[in-house]
Design a protein around this ligand. Structure first.
Ligand SMILES: *[C@@H]1O[C@H](CO)[C@@H](O)[C@H](O)[C@H]1NC(C)=O
Ligand SMILES: *[C@@H]1O[C@H](CO)[C@@H](O)[C@H](O)[C@H]1NC(C)=O
Ligand SMILES: *[C@@H]1O[C@H](CO)[C@@H](O)[C@H](O)[C@H]1NC(C)=O
Ligand SMILES: *[C@@H]1O[C@H](CO)[C@@H](O)[C@H](O)[C@H]1NC(C)=O
Ligand SMILES: *[C@@H]1O[C@H](CO)[C@@H](O)[C@H](O)[C@H]1NC(C)=O
Length: 405
């Protein structure tokens, strides 16, 4: 049981709770079902839940061993002299108290099946902000990776993929450039330069088309560079990794704060347990030997115990504040990362589309470079070529005649 300061409270009690007044005039509350006993009005939501959670965790661990008859009558619940809830087993155990809630690396989670049911923050969206609350054990099971770290790694991987795509496009460009160079070089070849007639014209055009095609490929490679490679390369420059580091440090700092607040709670919890034990020992002494000094001691011990309870509450409050700050930052930051990832994918998609568009264009243009060749090939006419050739190279059309004697 955590010590809670008594407060007068006129709010109605939740079902199952009854209030009693101790011989000293202090009001306390007993839950008739779960047998929780508290000084605090049970509708003091968060604090009440905290007590409840503490008790549930005791129950879960089989430690909730208050004698059942103690809860039936308020008189039995309180020591005659001291108006203390008698739940000494819990007090003894409190030095080795299990955590009030399951925790992973100082983040507290609800008990399975306990507490209000949690709704996803963004249902049906598979949003980052809903799925990375728990730290993950790495495969060796030694270190653990924060959920946020997993999101950051995804960002870094995305950045790396983007860089590798740019590298790939660069290779593609080099092939295109080399191809263009080879075509252009070949188009200058003197081979069969002396072919004549319509066939010669077609041949000349064919060689020229290689030059045009080379131009097409050069243009393609230039556009690939400026419209695909460069955007892929420059999308999110050096600042990006710095930004990620900032997010990383920010969240990691909050986690560190959370850890230290958690340690604070543990310390306060231990201090409270010690104080309660002390009080219990003194109570027992009083039962054996009544003395004014002991009475004074007990009052002092009770004050200290109450103070330790207050300290614990304060530490829990600080912990809670840090955890909710961390929670808020996690939600906003993970949603920012989610947006960044959507942007990255859309950006890359857009530029890969540009690649295919340019590639189609290249086909169409290089088609057009061979069209004149096709036309001239259609015009190739062996008869016409023969006519031309004959006209130019004829050596005489006068045929020989028979010899006359
Ligand atoms: C936990 O923290 C919240 C603030 O974030 C506070 O309102 C609440 O009372 C705290 N609970 C306990 C048990 O201290
Ligand atoms: C260009 O020609 C060279 C030989 O001159 C050859 O090794 C290379 O594979 C060719 N490149 C392309 C892209 O056709
Ligand atoms: C307690 O102290 C009062 C005086 O302060 C004295 O009259 C009384 O006898 C004492 N009782 C015991 C049990 O010592
Ligand atoms: C167009 O260029 C590609 C190489 O990028 C080549 O394989 C193809 O044969 C060319 N098409 C025409 C019609 O010249
Ligand atoms: C045919 O005539 C052309 C034009 O006069 C000439 O250039 C060429 O050398 C001639 N061909 C032969 C085989 O003499």
């Amino acid at each position: 049981v955590v010590y809670l300061r008594q407060e007068s409270d006129a709010r109605p009690l939740p079902p199952g709770w009854r209030s009693y007044v101790s011989p000293e005039g202090l009001r306390y509350y007993v839950n008739s079902c779960s047998k929780e006993t508290t000084w605090r009005h049970p509708s003091s939501s968060r604090k009440f839940l905290f007590v409840l959670a503490l008790c549930s965790s005791l129950c879960l661990s089989g430690f909730f061993l208050c004698p059942p008859q103690a809860h039936g009558s308020p008189n039995l619940l309180m020591s005659d002299r001291l108006s203390l809830p008698i739940c000494s087993i819990q007090m003894k155990l409190s030095s080795s108290l299990p955590l009030s809630l399951p925790q992973i690396n100082c983040v507290t989670f609800p008990l399975p099946g306990e507490g209000p049911e949690q709704q996803l923050l963004k249902p049906n969206e598979w949003s980052y902000c809903d799925y990375f609350w728990t730290d993950k054990k790495d495969p060796q099971g030694t270190a653990s990776v924060a959920g946020f770290e997993v999101l950051l790694q995804k960002q870094l991987k995305g950045k790396q993929m983007q860089k590798e795509m740019a590298e790939f496009i660069h290779e593609r460009i080099k092939i295109e450039e080399e191809y263009a160079k080879n075509l252009s070089k070949l188009s200058l070849s003197p081979l069969a330069a002396q072919e004549e007639g319509t066939l010669g014209e077609a041949w000349t055009q064919l060689k020229k088309s290689l030059h045009d095609e080379a131009e097409v490929h050069l243009k393609f490679s230039n556009k690939l560079h400026s419209e695909v490679e460069k955007p892929l390369l420059t999308f999110r420059g050096d600042n990006f990794k710095k930004d990620l580091k900032k997010y990383d440090h920010h969240i990691a700092d909050l986690r560190k704060q959370l850890a230290s607040r958690y340690a604070g709670v543990e310390k306060a919890r231990k201090a409270l347990a010690d104080r309660q034990k002390d009080l219990e020992v003194k109570t027992q002494q009083l039962e054996i030997k009544l003395s004014n000094k002991t009475e004074e001691d007990i009052k002092k011990a009770r004050r200290k115990s109450t103070q330790a309870g207050d300290d614990l509450m304060r530490c829990v409050d600080l912990y809670n504040q840090t955890q909710s700050k961390w929670f808020e930052e996690m939600v906003t930051t993970s949603m920012e990362l989610e947006k960044l990832e959507v942007d990255r994918i859309e950006w890359i998609q857009q530029h890969l589309r540009q690649y295919t568009t340019l590639r189609h264009e290249t086909d169409m243009f290089n088609q057009s470079t061979v069209e004149p060749v096709d036309q001239l090939l259609q015009n190739v006419d062996p008869a016409k070529d023969r006519e031309l050739w004959v006209k130019e190279n004829k050596t005489g059309e006068v045929r020989p005649v028979d010899m006359d004697i």
